[in-house]
Structures are given as C-alpha cells and as structure tokens.
Design a protein around this ligand. Sequence first.
Ligand SMILES: [Zn+2]
Length: 241
Amino acid sequence: MIPTPQGLYCPVGDFHIDPHGAVDRAIISHGHSDHARKVAKKYLAHKDSAGILRTRLGKGISLSTLEYGESLTLNGVRVTLFPAGHLLGSSQIRCEYKGNVTVFTGDFGTTKNDTCKPFQPVKCDTFIPESTFGLPLYEWTDPEIVYQEINDWWRQNRDKGLASVLYCYSLGKAQRILKALDTSIAPIIVHDSVDQMNDCYQNAGIDLPQTLTGWDREGKPADAGALEGLCFQIIPTGVDC
Ligand SMILES: [Zn+2]
C-alpha cells in the first residue's frame, strides 16, 4: 500500500481504498462522505453498503459487493472484507499477496452497536487503522448511559410540553440513536436525509422505530401538523465521518 494524491493505493492489485480523486477501481470501507466519493469508474464494497452508496453516489455507479469473509482476487491480491463495527456495511479491507497480509480498517468501533456486525480482529502483518478519535484524550461515556440520558431528557421535555431536537450525522449515528430511543415517549420525526439512510438499513434487515419525516429536501416543513406534536426530532449535522 502506498499513499498517492488520490489516496491509499495498492500497485499490485491496481486499486485504491476510499479514494478522494479520480481512479479506475475503488474499494470502499463504508458509506460516510469522507470515505465514499463519486470518483471511481468501478467500486467494490460490502453488500450492506450497496443501498447507501447508490443513494449517495448515484444509482448508476458500477458496484460489486462481497459478503464478510468472502474474497475476490484482483491481479493476484486476495481482497476480503471483515466487520469494522462502525455502521451498516462498514468493513476492514484485508489484502493478501504472496502470504503477506495488510489490513485497512477505515473507521472502526469496538463498543456495542445494534445496527451493524461487531468489529472482528483480523490477523495481519501490517495494520492501517483510521483513528479520528484515537488520541487518549478522547474518553467517551458508555453509550448505554448516553442513551438513558437522551431518553430521560426527552421524557422531561415532553412532560413540560416541549419538543426535543437532536442533531447528529444522518448515516450511522442517527440509526444508532433511533435504535436506542424509548418509542413509548412520543412520536419521532427525522430529516429526509436521515429517512433515506433509514430505508437502507431497513432494506438490509435492521429494524428501526417508526418515524415521520418533518422536512422536505429543501429543508421546508413537509408536514406542519406533525411538528406541532410533542415530538423528538433528529436533524443531520453537515458532513459525516
Ligand atoms: Zn465513518
């Protein structure tokens, strides 16, 4: 693997991983916008990423998919995907050539995540991890405690006659939080961009709570009546990662 202006490149296999410039073949670790860009003639990703990539990059992209543990050989390099525990379809990319193994993770998560397969350690000679929040200064509260705090806050707001609004990434974080919400509290409204990603999850067999859509794609209220309820609204932040 070597760095190039377009991103990480495997010269023997002749493919890039999560490229950010024009390339022939890209292997995509997951659907977040800092990893999946419309720059390649051909894409390879996990099959559960297909809906996300087609929604975000276009229905017409040339996309091949693999199951976890399934392999494809590209110019003698055996490529296999393993779960990264980050979001639906997120994959570590294992590349084997003449017995030497390199693993690229993309973003990965080792805490419990009910919306995707758990991270699976993969034996290798070279490990290339993404570590956006890898510095020791990042110490996160247990997600189960955060979910409890969100539900408690939502319930208290409802009792005061207030709607609750939460901002988060439309892909990954939104579905993880939706899965943890106590749906008995009040109706849930999501932005259209969250709704689109919810469809991808549900099409891949991940159950999510029933939601309403409050905005159209221009950001205008699509159902003013729904907004008057004591609801919980999830609105996307800008770029996800
Ligand atoms: Zn990511």
